[in-house]
Design a protein around this ligand. Structure first.
Ligand code: SAH
Length: 353
């Protein structure tokens, strides 16, 4: 079942997906004072309570009314796996309808970073990715994206400084909910995460990249590139048939022009597929003119496909060659490799059992 559940879940409005001004309107239409909206918003999005009972300054009658009127999103934590290598945690959450999503908690010197999912499953069909093997189940509500973060904060008792929408799903395929998620996440009555500390990763849905550019947000756009020619990219990512590299790169230039934000290109290295000297040259020719940064990710092999990871030394060599073209490049820290680090793997393994 695929549908945009934007507001309703069980036919009731989703209270945690409402902006503060919408919540104010709703309070007024219920005959409540508008200041109740701010109180409730803070309970939900700043103090991160999981039920109305905890909202100590909200009258019981109002709590009852809300219970009746709205759906209140909370996720059930089904599993937490902690990496022995680097302390990375991977969470598996169950949604109200029984679907599962996964999220990652990473510790860096500069603070905690979380990676969240934007959809249950995915319909983009990238060949190396586990999230897309069973297609798209449904879009996540803004509240369901937020709650992944809130649940991890409650569990760890720590703050989050960076949010990356780089888990399962294609955020640009759930565009309206993504924008609302960003609005709620950055609201100063909530977690108040700065736009600059939010990264959204896309396989390259060009019209949505252009729309996002026009909003002039300060979020970082990460593009999953993975190949420097259309021919090769189509082999790895079916979306490349719809949006060829030329259009994608023009949209990236437009994003930079509109926002001043440097583009990040993600490039998963697959042995013998996209990691040769020729690939480096083509990549440099493709993106060298842009204000960008490349993130190299040795591919995480999934058992359903026979892609093999480029060896460490060859990854270093690829990096060094790219640097000769004066392109900024980092190798993604292989976080949580011992805990099914690749997108969608934990959920799949759980569902298989
Ligand atoms: N749909 C979005 C975000 C989700 S995937 C996108 O395509 O960008 C996050 C990143 O991980 C993408 O760059 C994706 O291509 C990459 N990825 C997915 N599976 C992978 C795997 N098995 N190994 C390495 N990278 C992978």
């Amino acid at each position: 079942m695929v549908e945009n559940m934007r507001y309703s879940n069980n036919d009731r409005e989703d209270i945690k997906s409402l902006t503060l001004s919408e919540l104010k309107e709703q309070m007024e239409s219920m005959g409540e004072k508008p200041f109740r909206a701010k109180q409730m918003y803070e309970w939900m999005h700043k103090k991160l309570v999981t039920e109305y009972e905890e909202m100590t300054n909200i009258p019981a009658a109002l709590a009852d009314k809300c219970r009746e009127h709205y759906h209140y999103t909370v996720l059930k934590t089904v599993r937490v796996q902690e990496s022995k290598v680097d302390g990375t945690r991977k969470y598996l959450f169950e949604l109200a309808d029984g679907n599962m999503v996964e999220s990652i908690w990473m510790r860096y010197k500069h603070g905690n970073s979380v990676c969240i999912s934007s959809q249950v499953g995915c319909r983009m069909g990238c060949r190396f990715c586990a999230s897309t093997l069973d297609g798209l189940e449904r879009n996540l509500l803004p509240s369901e994206m937020l709650e992944q973060i809130y649940s991890m904060i409650r569990h760890t008792g720590e703050r989050v400084s960076n949010v990356v929408v780089m888990g399962s799903g294609e955020p640009m395929d759930n565009y309206d909910n993504l924008l609302r998620f960003v609005e709620l996440l950055t609201d100063d009555n909530g977690l108040h995460i700065s736009q600059r500390n939010i990264t959204v990763s896309t396989c390259g849905i060009v019209p949505k990249i252009r729309s996002l550019a026009e909003r002039k947000l300060q979020i970082t756009l990460a593009i999953s590139l993975h190949a420097a020619t259309d021919e090769k990219r189509i082999q790895l990512m079916p979306i490349a048939r719809t949006y060829p590299l030329k259009e994608l790169l023009e949209a990236c230039a437009y994003y930079f022009e509109q926002t001043g934000r440097r583009i990040t290109f993600e490039y998963s290295l697959v042995k013998g597929v996209n990691d040769t000297d020729e690939d480096v040259r083509q990549l440099a020719a493709l993106i060298g003119h842009l204000n960008c940064h490349v993130n190299l990710i040795p591919v995480n092999p999934i058992k359903e496909r026979d892609y093999v990871r480029t060896e460490r030394r060859a990854v270093e060599a690829f990096k060094n060659s790219l640097e000769k073209y004066e392109i900024g490049v980092t190798i993604r820290r292989g976080v949580g490799r011992d805990i099914d680090g690749a997108c969608g793997q934990l959920r799949r393994r759980y569902l298989e059992k």
